[in-house]
Design a binder for this molecule. Structure first.
Ligand SMILES: [Fe+2]
Length: 170
């Protein structure tokens, strides 16, 4: 089935991110990088589908959003540093236009500002970041991610655990 989605572009970014992560010397950090960035990319695709936004841009933003953290081992100012790194990587990839690169990098630039609301792509990336954390460890939600997590669950029609318990008792 032709979905019209350029999976070759997504594949290209995935390959580049994989090759960068392969060079991370700390095995635990490397594994975390794969799990988190690949997981966020998939959550980005899901949210882009749900919200009718550009799936390829959302996937690229997810794959690259924490590239600064995992390749340098420091999370300090990683969103801003990551946006710069992503710009370089995306330009070298040759599969996205300058306009698209601008959109992807803007989403990465703002992704740490979870309390702020930005445009649709920024919001997809922030929500996907929260989703991956909460899907990885469903028993824990960080305080700063609570409000977004609540909204995402509502959007996706996922009910609270305690409401499900109530239904069982009926
Ligand atoms: Fe992240």
């Amino acid at each position: 089935m032709d979905t019209g989605i350029r999976t070759d572009r997504i594949e290209k970014i995935r390959e580049i991110v994989s090759s960068l992560l392969e060079q991370v010397p700390n095995p635990a950090l490397r594994a975390d990088g794969y799990v988190h960035m690949f997981g966020v990319a998939q959550a980005c695709v899901l949210l882009a589908m749900r919200r009718g936004e550009d799936i390829e841009l959302a996937a690229a933003a997810g794959y690259l959003h924490d590239i600064a953290t995992y390749t340098t081992g420091s999370a300090l100012d990683h969103a801003h540093r990551g946006a710069e790194m992503a710009k370089q990587i995306l330009r070298e990839s040759g599969v996205f236009s300058e306009e698209e690169i601008g959109k992807i990098c803007q989403a990465i630039f703002f992704h740490s500002d979870k309390k702020m609301e930005n445009g649709p792509l920024e919001e997809i990336l922030k929500d996907a970041d929260v989703m991956q954390h909460c899907l990885y460890d469903p028993g824990y939600v960080a305080k700063k991610e609570k409000d977004r997590y609540k909204k995402i669950r509502k959007e996706l029609g996922i009910r609270k655990e305690k409401d499900k318990e109530k239904d069982k008792d009926k």
